[in-house]
Ligand binder design. Structure first.
Ligand code: NAP
Length: 454
């Protein structure tokens, strides 16, 4: 038997487990999928926007993988901490695949970033997604009539859309009740989503962009003159040289610019060629505006500063400038890329590929791509691991790792514990007159999982 631990039950972890058990070259593969949280699915549960039901429904296919009899889900198991250092995990399994994602947010590195009212989009997403580490987060939404979102990726689009949506659209989601109340009663009327480069360099995808123009009671507004600083916005030949997604984005933005602002009660401004230089505070110590320097295209896809500045008023600022991997004690780490160095998925230590330790997903390749990108990524890692199977199985293991985890003081949540959480969330939703509603705190999750005295 080849016994493998996959650390992380998000898409990359689940796809890795699936590839490992469904292949035919190496028989007798058994996989434990460990997660720090009591609940599985990683960013599909705690990152995909709650109003994106179609993407959320991917949980169904991840679930059928985790229900495979050759795979065991063990939640509430923190790897890399005192109870379970990474070297101990390697003693318990023939191989370990780290699929731990990229949990940290990037900072802007500008003055005023620490002011009250300035948050990372990651923290905001975690809060409205019911991540148990974010239960204490407080967002002063009623006092914030204007919000600024810095960045032009799909996460920026997600948080902009969630800020602009009303109660009717948010209530059917599985958002925790407190977050729903805060967002539904929010005073936010205007959200500016601000990019430092032009429309053709924006990182969001067209479906996500287009959706901003379809929100009830919300006007999506583009200043045609500002967008036209981008040569491809007006020059069809320059546009033709762009990737298809950028061309389609330009079409959507042109349509909005021609339509002009409407009279909806809420408004989303898409702003371009503005780079943040300072967050300005008010007398109450909270953010009152963000100062941007206007930029100009440099002809090579980048921008240069122009020395002209613009302040955009905001009582809430979300920086959405990408995720960053977090080092895991005992694993090598490249702090610049925020990833674990690897060769074909094998962790590289001191310049040599280590047999027995592997990575897949964002911790391997950085925080890019859509959920499906994790499939080929997981396949590459799984195939490296399977090539090493002969060497890996020469070592005898001490026995069932679950016993060793319990002996170390861990209290894993197994699959029936997770399904009990699901049932408790469905019951919570029913009691609130909603569909399934997430339990947002550690104690609530562990109690629902049947851990007495949690
Ligand atoms: P992202 O796509 O890398 O976008 C980051 C944005 O931040 C870029 O617009 C970038 O601008 C900007 N930025 C970086 N540093 C900046 C700075 N110092 N000042 C101002 N702007 C700065 O990251 P993301 O939005 O976090 O998304 C991560 C991944 O998850 C992406 O692959 C995304 O597609 C995926 N995702 C997908 C969905 C979906 O499919 N619905 C939803 C959410 C996330 P520059 O380009 O100028 O660097």
């Amino acid at each position: 038997m080849l016994r493998i631990a996959v650390v992380g039950s998000g898409p990359s972890g689940v796809y890795t487990a699936q590839t490992l058990v469904q292949q035919r070259e190496v028989p007798g593969v058994r996989v434990d999928v460990l997660d720090r949280l009591p609940a599985p699915y990683g960013l599909v549960r705690y990152g995909v926007a709650p109003d994106h039901e179609k993407i959320k429904s991917l949980q169904g296919s991840l679930r059928s993988v985790l229900e495979d009899e050759r795979i065991r889900f063990l939640g509430n198991v923190e790897v890399g901490g005192e109870l379970l250092p990474t070297r101990r995990l390697l003693e318990l399994y023939h191989a370990v695949v780290y699929c731990v994602g990229a949990a940290r947010d990037r900072l802007l590195g500008i003055p005023g970033e620490e002011l009250a009212g300035v948050h990372s989009a990651t923290a905001f997403v975690s809060w409205y997604s019911g991540h148990p580490d974010a239960v204490g987060e407080v967002f002063a939404l009623p006092g914030a009539d204007r919000a600024v979102v810095i960045g032009a990726g799909n996460v920026a689009v997600d948080v902009t859309r969630i800020l602009a949506r009303g109660r009717t659209e948010l209530a059917p989601t599985d958002m925790p009740q407190r977050a729903l109340g805060a967002l539904a009663d929010s005073g936010v009327r205007r959200v500016s989503m601000v990019a430092r480069r032009g429309p053709s360099q924006a990182r969001f995808t067209t479906k996500e962009l287009r959706e901003l123009g379809t929100l009830p009671g919300v006007d999506a507004v583009v200043d045609g003159a500002e967008a036209a600083l981008d040569p491809a916005y007006t020059d069809p030949a320059a546009a033709a040289a762009l990737p298809a997604v950028a061309r389609r984005n330009l079409e959507v933005l042109r349509g909005w610019a021609q339509r002009g602002p409407g009279d909806g009660p809420r408004r989303i401004d898409l702003r371009f060629y503005l780079r943040p230089v300072e967050v300005l505070g008010g007398p109450d110590g909270r953010v009152r505006a963000v100062r941007f320097e206007r930029t100009a295209p440099d002809g090579r896809g980048g921008v240069t500063g122009t020395g002209a500045y613009e302040d955009i008023g905001a009582r809430l600022v979300l920086r959405s400038v990408g995720y960053l991997g977090v080092p895991l004690a005992g694993l090598p780490f490249d702090p610049v890329r925020g990833t674990v160095p690897h060769a074909g998925g094998r962790v590289v230590r001191a310049g040599r590929a280590s047999v027995g330790e592997y990575v897949a997903g964002w911790i391997k390749r950085g925080p890019t791509g859509v959920i499906g990108t994790n499939r080929p990524c997981a396949k590459e890692t799984a195939s490296s691991l399977l090539q090493d199977a002969g060497a890996l199985t020469r070592r005898e293991l001490p026995g069932d790792p679950l016993e060793a985890l319990r002996a170390a003081g861990l209290r894993p949540v197994e699959w029936p514990g997770w399904t009990a959480i699901e049932a408790a969330e469905a019951a919570l939703g029913r009691s609130l007159g909603r569909g399934s509603v997430k339990i947002p705190d550690w104690q609530g999750l562990l109690t629902a999982a049947g851990h007495s005295g949690a």
